[in-house]
Design a protein around this ligand. Sequence first.
Ligand SMILES: [Zn+2]
Length: 297
Amino acid sequence: MGQRFDPQMWLKRVFPKGIEKSGLLNDKLEIKKTYLKALVRATAVSQRQLTQEIYKTVDFYLEKEARLKSQGVKAFKQEALNGQALLTERIKNFLVYCEVQEQKKAHKGRMYRWLPSSAKEPDPEHQLLYGKVFREGEGDKDGHMPGERWGCQCGIEWLDGEDMTPQEKIESIKIDFRRNSFLPGLNSKELKEIGAKSKEIVFKRSTAARNKRVHPELKRREYEPITGRALYKPILPPIQDIKKKNYWHFIGELKDHKKGFVLLDTDPKKNNFEIVHILKMKEKTYRQFLRKYFKNK
Ligand SMILES: [Zn+2]
């Protein structure tokens, strides 16, 4: 199971309980120092960011109060009191939002599963997304991830190879030639065969550029199906390279029945498995390749 983020559980951990009881502000509408310190300590938000957000909200409520007063609304006092409760809610939402930004940075390009909301009245639009797999930075129709839309209490499960089906992995692949592209880890079956622990797979920008030079016949749009079929639905067990023991050949079948090849570097000293070469082979070349490899076994 991948690493999880549940906004409500997370807030329970980082949000001082006293705030709910006695409010975040003192009578002079200043932030109580102990709470400010506790929040800065427990989250990734800086004191400056937090102070700014709190006073922005306070100003908003003060303006609202003044408006109500001038309009002669009798309930303005009650409104002002509600202000502290609303402020608490708002700061919670703000903290969740900031935490998701931190997680996005930490898990750049990774896949995640959308987890159900723990809200009493979950958003029906978000309910449709429960269990679905997205890439970091993508999500609901506005591109929000769980916790990014104000008040959203849906959760995130960051995925690696073992948490996704081969089909989910294939669909998740997005190769971007302008930057390093990250792909989910291998299936457990292939991992076992090469005798390695699961790691995310990277296709480096520099490798992609070199591959394009060496294989001009390969179209950009062919890279995704080739890597997908070869790495996650291979037709053969991974074949170890004759010379380099960390290199493994993965072979998948493409729609046009040609074979997609991916050479993967599984160097245990590196943080990721690295794609070092991608190509496509016709049936005849594929046969030659197999003869060469199995003769050497
Ligand atoms: Zn939600």
